[in-house]
Design a protein around this ligand. Structure first.
Ligand SMILES: [Zn+2]
Length: 89
């Protein structure tokens, strides 16, 4: 069986890190192929799974506040710090 093509690989052939993939996905700049690949990747990669779900939680939180103004900055910073701590080495 041939290896699955990684749609995140850059034109220069560089393989992106988990964090780079997460960033593309979370910035919503990803293609459908990238989303599919990342979903499969998350099943095998706990740091990605955790970070992705944490970010989804933040987005839900922000959405629920859309009519009441912006979410408090210190709350967002606190959640970001938690993501940083989970960053795979
Ligand atoms: Zn990963």
């Amino acid at each position: 069986m041939s290896e699955q093509i990684n749609p995140f690989v850059q034109e220069d052939g560089k393989k992106p890190s988990c964090m780079q993939m997460l960033q593309i996905i979370l910035d919503e700049q990803s293609t459908e192929a990238q989303q599919e690949y990342f979903k499969a990747h998350m099943d095998r990669c706990m740091p990605c799974f955790k970070t992705y779900n944490l970010d989804a939680t933040i987005k839900e939180l922000l959405k629920s506040r859309c009519c009441g103004g912006e979410a408090p900055q210190d709350l967002i910073e606190g959640i970001k710090q938690r993501i940083d701590q989970q960053r795979p080495q």
